[in-house]
Design a protein. Sequence first.
Length: 277
Amino acid sequence: MAADKKKLEAKWSEYLEQQKKDSVKYMLLSAAGILTVLIIWQGVVMLGLVNSRLLPPPTTVLSTLIDKFTNTVPDGNVLGTNILASLQVALSGFCVAIIIGVPLGLFMGWWTYADRFIRPIFELVRPVPPIAWIPLVVVWMGVGLKAKALIIFFTAFVPCVINSYTGIKLTSQVLIDVSRTFGAPNWLIFWKIGIPSSLPMVFAGIRVALGNSWSTLVAAEMLAASAGLGYMIQIGRTVARPDIVIVGMVVIGAIGAILSAILSRCESYFLRWKVNR
């Protein structure tokens, strides 16, 4: 028995070590891919294949990025102020979408009456693109933070509902039947079996919602914004500063990648029972 336990512990340690090696390998591959794109980009501009006024080289973009941390030109804000303003808008709408969308999808997927009552309304709202809500949102809430967060909410809400609904619908009927055989009430089966079984799909929906939130950020900050990465991009376009536009795009992408990594950590924690294949 003790020998089997030692073998199991040794195999587990070997597995963890292999996971670390694979993680480092994949990080190096990702870094090599980014470096390759930057080298090609720099070379294309230096060879004169593309006008540097239209596409500034990476060195110019990097210089502008560093300078923007202290320089308020051309949008009137330093980069840190724009980042905080965008995070406030994007995360407000994103978090509210999770708080409302995930439970709604779970309830619709588990209780037939809720599904029949809510689904027709949801199916009418779902195809409407988030940008189409802008005129109504302006009439309802003006052009403040709440209006911008509501635009983000609409774009993040749909994937949260759909994936939560699908995830709980995929709950194993065998587990449900066994639980009912032992006399478990419906709400307990929902809590102990339905929700844990749906978590992989729920997190997939949250990941899609996060991507949608950031992609809609520029449109949301068109509502009379005075700060934000989307606002900075708009001003950069107006004054013909492609380096400012690219800096805004790069920062949005970098923050999105960081938030996605944080979400992956949360997913790994809540799904630690799941065996990675």
